[in-house]
Design a protein around this ligand. Structure first.
Ligand SMILES: [Zn+2]
Ligand SMILES: [Zn+2]
Length: 355
């Protein structure tokens, strides 16, 4: 029998297996910008190695490099390091090990070939992504961000910064990185000589964003090395002051890791302080939103009465009715979250008016 380079067991079963498995796993992420002449061939090679090691997760491979969010069985971690070091460009690379982790972050192994590892929407050949900003460690980040004319910019999407961000950061109201790049440059306008400090989850987006701002004429561009994940690690290791408030949103089953005790967001259904992201339990909706514990119970994990009632129907009936019904979200695309958030804000406004 030939080797299988894809999962052959369905997702639900894999999820069950993971729930009942006591095997300790390490969740981590890494990225590497490196020229890969044959992304498909590299993808297949990586799949073979990771499948053998029992690595799970989501990995993107493109001719510009690799971006991975994975979990590795603790018992195979040494083998994993050895296998990675066999690729010269992976040596010396930082692995971002997750904090606040139960190891159940992924259920399958998916490695996909894409045009780019970070979609940037830039097609100007004069743009040079290797001209990045100056990398800062946590200590220097804290020092520079305290200076009065520094501008701190969050290079993530609105649903990420909503539950956690650096003190005094600008948090653009965008759903994709692609739309954020020109918007941030326009927003910063003529502040070309100011110190611009940018950050993201693990550093990968800032590699491009800092180069983009320099391309747009900004002179003092800095970026947080390794992003919020590495910052948190250094803050803990070195006993530095933590300037990040709330949760770090992550793209795995956990949806967020708590960095500070501050809860800076509100439940989208009742407006109470809450910062737990969830996907609507009605799978035909699946919208990403923030829900408090009481609303979770009241709506059975759904975004609305409509979705809750629908989720109680039999699978067959759901399938039939889904042909004509529409819900707040769809299974794909996090952009729909925006529509939901707007309606949540308008629900809240009467309460605010009473103050
Ligand atoms: Zn609520
Ligand atoms: Zn829903």
């Amino acid at each position: 029998m030939g080797q299988h380079l894809h999962n052959r067991v369905n997702r639900r079963e894999l999820k069950e297996r993971m729930r009942h498995s006591g095997e300790p796993r390490v969740t981590l992420s890494y990225y590497k910008y490196v020229q890969l002449p044959d992304p498909q061939q590299f993808r297949d090679e990586l799949y073979r190695i990771y499948a053998e090691l029992g690595v799970l997760g989501r990995i993107y491979v493109a001719s510009e490099g690799v971006n991975a969010q994975i979990s590795v069985p603790e018992s195979r971690f040494g083998d994993f390091k050895t296998a990675m070091d066999a690729f010269p460009f992976f040596r010396q690379m930082r692995l971002n090990i997750a904090v606040d982790d139960d190891g159940k972050s992924f259920f399958t192994l998916a490695i996909k070939v894409r045009d780019k590892i970070v979609a940037d929407g830039i097609d100007d050949p004069a743009f040079d992504p290797s001209q990045t900003g100056t990398h800062l460690d946590a200590e220097n980040w804290n020092r520079l961000s305290e200076e009065p004319d520094t501008v701190v910019v969050d290079m993530r999407n609105h649903y990420e910064s909503e539950v956690g961000h650096f003190e005094n950061a600008i948090t653009p109201d965008v759903a994709t990185f692609r739309e954020e790049l020109p918007l941030v440059a326009d927003m910063l306008g003529d502040r070309k000589d100011r110190k611009i400090l940018m950050y993201c989850t693990g550093g990968i987006r800032c590699e491009k964003a800092s180069a983009y701002l320099k391309y747009r004429g900004f002179k003092n561009v800095f970026q947080l090395e390794g992003g919020i994940i590495e910052y948190t690690r250094q803050v803990q290791d070195k006993g530095l002051k933590n300037r990040f408030l709330g949760k770090n949103f992550v793209f795995d089953e956990r949806l967020g890791e708590r960095i500070s005790g501050d809860v800076i967001a509100q439940c989208h259904q009742c407006g109470k302080p809450a910062d737990t992201h969830t996907n609507c339990a009605n799978n035909y909706c699946h919208i990403l939103f923030i829900q408090c514990d009481e609303c979770r119970e009241r709506y059975a994990g759904c975004c609305s009465d409509k979705c809750r009632d629908f989720s109680m129907l039999s699978a067959d009936e759901q399938k039939e009715r889904a042909k004509t019904e529409t819900f707040s979200g769809s299974r794909f695309g996090k952009g729909v979250y925006k529509a939901f958030r707007k309606s949540a804000q308008s629900l809240k406004s009467p309460g605010e008016a009473q103050k």
